[in-house]
Ligand binder design. Structure first.
Ligand code: HEC
Length: 183
């Protein structure tokens, strides 16, 4: 089987680095992981609160207006860029870039790949897998005929005419957290 280039790239980076740089990379990975976890927790708490307040229709509006604002303000706090990317993206801004296609494939084909740190000349980027683990997610990302209410579906359609984020099931690989460190 073709060896994962992500790990290969990572190993090369590690083995060519000075010990100090190795430590820097290890701490970037740790920091990336804790930022992704914080972002996930805050986003989910907010979604759960708005679902409780006004159901999925209301929460879609919340996600539409607030998801980006939340990740942007967290980005400012940590002085990094935080986003979520997916091949099945709802928001066009969350699409994969050309260079992320191969990386995404690795995550999607291999469940044991949880996260990775990619180092290029001018950028350090941490990626962490997002899985659809909670039944609540299906209210907005599940089967449009059985999981998503018709009202919610209508609002999703209005806000996101190019939506590709439906028809997921529990346990599916949904996307990646992306934390970009600036120099
Ligand atoms: C109330 C509806 C709702 C629920 C519940 C919900 N989402 Fe979403 N999700 C959205 C909306 C709306 C967007 C687009 C947000 C934006 O504009 O940035 C989105 C975007 C995403 C994205 C970013 C990629 C994309 O499609 O643009 C991921 C990843 C994601 N959701 C995962 C999840 C997971 C995992 C759960 C369950 C833990 C979940 N969502 C629950 C409505 C929802």
């Amino acid at each position: 089987m073709k060896r994962s280039w992500i790990f290969l790239a990572f190993l090369i980076v590690i083995s060519c680095s000075e010990p100090e740089e190795t430590r820097e990379l290890a701490s970037a990975k740790e920091l990336g992981e804790s930022i992704a976890e914080t972002a996930q927790r805050i986003l989910m708490k907010n979604v759960a609160e708005s679902m409780a307040k006004g159901g999925a229709e209301y929460a879609v509006e919340f996600c539409n207006e607030k998801a980006m604002v939340l990740t942007d303000s967290l980005s400012q706090n940590f002085e990094v860029e935080i986003s979520r990317i997916s091949d099945g993206n709802r928001n066009p801004k969350n699409a994969l870039s050309e260079t992320e296609l191969e990386l995404f494939k690795e995550f999607s084909e291999n469940k044991s790949v949880i996260d990775t740190l990619i180092s290029t000349d001018d950028q350090l980027t941490y990626y962490k897998r997002i899985e659809l683990t909670m039944p609540t997610c299906l209210k907005c990302h599940g089967n449009p005929e059985t999981d998503i209410s018709s009202n919610t579906l209508k609002i999703i359609q209005e806000k996101y005419p190019y939506d590709k984020a439906k028809a997921y099931a529990i346990g599916d690989f949904r996307g990646l957290w992306k934390i970009s460190f600036s120099d």
